[in-house]
Design a protein around this ligand. Structure first.
Ligand SMILES: [Zn+2]
Length: 357
């Protein structure tokens, strides 16, 4: 009956906007944006990507996963060695980790805990405003916090470079297998997490069309949007479910830039880890994660009405509104239906226990 619960929860996620946050994580019903960006970035660079000095470990799990990934992405299996395959698995595990922390995408309770982490640092890992990041100063704080989060993750990865034990075990959730531990290359794993935050700067901020979307003009807000006291002029625009969907035509340019920035981050981190350029990652951040100050609701985010409308086309709303449909005629019915499904079957499960489910 596990499959039944997976399908039910996936259904709920699919029709309750706002429960999933960050570029969509692959679940069978949503496009796997982070994984796709990482796969494309790695596909483009893998043959140039000389692995650091280490030997890929023994073990079946990562090898099977790498075979699966290599079937998904256009990389010639024969042309890359075991270390390069191991790096791909490590990067992919890392880029997925901030949204799942090794749990199933269908584990609603865990998803809520991860996504509703009220600490500013918890939000910066997804390039979002912290709860007290208000007005223009808060927008600047969120950009600075996101930059620092990326630098910290790269630095954490660097502590394993050249160490005796660059390979660590982390939890991962695999469909049909459940939660298992998998070996990863620590520097690549943390690089993957840093890439997640960088990729989220393309879905969780409004960017300036006047400089080809290089500058950020506004940072979105998730933690206040799910609460009851959201004020756009103070808290910034609400997190947008529309912008999390990398399959949308109007997100194609930003999605392509997310891949490019990921590729640049991979090379920069390698240059930094090898001692070639200690500021390599900082340069990538200066290119992609900089704020154009003073852009707010009053000046239409420095004359970017298209970005504003895109974000507003499907904003994250308070959980209670989603459940009872107070103000969202478009989504409230579906949200209510999903919650009723969950309550009904949770009740049935409690009553009948494991004999039935
Ligand atoms: Zn995220």
């Amino acid at each position: 009956m596990r499959l039944f619960w997976a399908v039910l929860a996936a259904l709920a996620i699919a029709i309750v906007p706002g429960m999933a946050r960050a570029w969509n994580v692959g679940s069978g019903v949503t496009p796997a944006c982070h994984e796709r960006f990482m796969g494309e970035a790695y596909s483009d660079s893998v043959l140039d990507f000389v692995p650091p000095q280490f030997s890929a470990p023994d073990g079946e799990v990562w090898r099977r996963l790498s075979s699966h990934l290599l079937r998904t992405f256009p990389i010639d299996y024969e042309k890359i060695n075991a270390e390069q395959r191991f790096l791909l698995v490590s990067l992919m595990t890392g880029v997925r980790a901030p949204d799942t922390d090794g749990h199933s995408i269908t584990n609603l309770e865990n998803l809520h805990l991860l996504h509703g982490d009220p600490s500013p640092q918890g939000q910066y890992l997804h390039s979002l405003r912290g709860p007290d990041d208000d007005y223009d100063a808060g927008c600047a704080a969120a950009v600075a916090g996101t930059r620092q989060a990326i630098l910290d993750l790269v630095a954490l990865g660097q502590t394993y470079v050249g160490s005796d034990a660059p390979i660590i075990k982390v939890p991962i959730f695999l469909d049909f297998y459940g939660r298992i531990d998998i070996q990863v290359h620590a520097p690549a794993f943390y690089m993957g997490q840093a890439a997640h935050a960088l990729q989220d700067t393309f879905s969780h901020t409004l960017r300036d069309k006047h400089d080809d979307y290089r500058s950020i003009v506004q940072v979105l807000n998730y933690i206040d949007a799910i609460g009851s006291d959201m004020q756009e002029s103070r808290d910034g625009p609400a997190h947008s479910n529309a912008m999390d969907n990398c399959d949308r035509e109007d997100m194609a340019v930003l999605a392509a830039y997310a891949v490019l920035a990921t590729e640049e981050l991979l090379f920069a981190a390698r240059a930094q880890y090898s001692g070639q350029d200690p500021d390599a990652v900082l340069k990538v951040l200066d290119k992609w994660v900089t704020l154009k100050p003073g852009c707010n609701l009053e000046n239409d985010f420095c004359n970017n009405p298209e970005m504003r409308e895109l974000a507003r086309s499907n904003p994250t709303r308070p959980y209670l509104e989603e459940i009872f449909g107070c103000s969202s005629a478009r989504t409230g019915g579906a949200g209510t239906l999903a919650i009723l499904f969950l309550l009904l079957f949770t009740g049935l499960r409690w009553r009948w226990g494991r004999r039935i489910f």
